[in-house]
Write a protein that binds this ligand. Structure first.
Ligand code: NAX
Length: 326
């Protein structure tokens, strides 16, 4: 029997929590032979609901679930964790400006980054899902100076999966036969879903789509605004698909992608003109528990413009929280 892996999930009593925990406990994250211990963090006022979720987890009698504990203290929840999926964040309230939202979340992710720095395993893999995900991940990384920067990532995978699924529908190609999609930048409508290197069953994607106007005028904004379309239809934001994307992201990071490209928000190494440390969506491959950026992708004028646009937004977000990091 393998040693259990400790997985922390924050915001565990929320919608995404309810969609992700049962899948982690069922082996979808780390494999059907890997026991897990779940360490669940939520606010004090959510502890009653969190206990209800734990009762349900226990009632599933998952053979791989080797333990589950609730907490409202990040230093308890992150103790010795191997993986931390940071979902809980402050939603925008009535009358709240974007800058207020950034500041409120910066405070949360500063505390959580510090706690990870102090008590998590040194090779902890951190995925930030809670919005604004890229900037929250940047703050957590900056608040954890003793941990390698590479341990911190932000979730672009839902955007990646949406981008692939829409191309699958347009071209009639099964999702499994679509490769080399890249989503660049911020997890926000400014992201750039780049199909130039993608293939549909081996055929160049731009040829398979054969409709550049659709790509530029319809597709790009449809991927960027998919989250809003889900809220409009469901009355609630994406939860099951977000949980699924978080599982895809961490599973691929840990277990590898076999050469397939996936999009991950990672601290920039300066490539593609993105200043160092900006938490930026880029195509990556993963192997042996490490991600590697896909390098050397040529940029045309259109792509340069799109990347600059999403980068500018991230730089503005970073500037808005800079004081808090001092
Ligand atoms: P919910 O409001 O259902 O749940 C959030 C949970 O987080 C609540 O239980 C709340 O008590 C808890 N929480 C708040 N502050 C906390 C803190 N400081 N420590 C621990 N727990 C805390 O939201 P849900 O639908 O689950 O969404 C969670 C986050 O994911 C939101 O920020 C949302 O914007 C973001 N999303 C990010 C996506 C991505 O692709 N990166 C997509 C889906 C989702 O919209």
């Amino acid at each position: 029997m393998k040693t259990p892996v400790r997985v922390a999930v924050t915001g565990a009593a929320g919608q995404i929590g309810y969609a992700i925990l049962f899948r982690i406990a069922n082996g979808d994250l780390l494999g059907k032979d890997q026991p897990v211990i779940l360490s669940l963090l939520d606010l004090p006022q959510a502890q009653k609901a969190l206990n209800g979720v734990i009762m349900e987890l226990n009632d599933c009698a998952f053979p791989l679930l080797a333990g589950v504990t609730p907490s409202d203290d990040p230093r308890v929840a992150f103790k010795d964790v191997d993986i931390a999926i940071l979902v809980g964040s402050r939603p925008r309230g009535p009358g709240m400006e974007r800058s207020d939202l950034l500041a409120a979340n910066a405070e949360i992710f500063k505390v959580q980054g510090k706690a990870l720095n102090d008590v998590a395993k040194r090779d902890v893999k951190v995925l930030v899902v809670g919005n604004p995900a890229n900037t929250n991940a940047y703050i957590a990384m900056k608040s954890a100076p003793d941990l390698p920067k590479e341990n911190f990532t932000a979730m672009l995978r839902l955007d990646h999966n949406r981008a692939v699924s829409m191309l699958s529908e347009k071209t009639g190609t099964p999702v499994k036969d679509i490769e080399k999609m890249a989503v660049w930048g911020n997890h926000s409508p400014s992201m750039y879903a780049d199909y130039r290197n993608a293939t549909a069953a081996g055929k160049p994607m731009p040829e398979a789509v054969n409709d550049e106007a659709w790509y530029k005028d319809t597709y790009l904004s449809a991927v960027g605004k998919r989250g809003a379309a889900i809220i409009e239809a469901r009355g609630l934001s994406s939860a099951a698909s977000a949980a699924n994307a978080a599982i895809d992201h961490v599973r691929d990071w840990v277990l590898g992608t076999n050469g397939k490209w996936v999009s991950m928000g990672v601290p920039s190494d300066g490539s593609y003109g993105v200043p160092e440390d900006v938490m930026f969506g880029v195509p990556c491959t993963c192997e042996n528990g490490k991600y590697t950026r896909v390098k050397g992708i040529e940029m045309d004028e259109f792509s340069k413009g799109r990347i600059q646009h999403t980068l500018n937004e991230l730089l503005e977000e970073q500037a808005a929280v800079a004081d808090l990091l001092k």
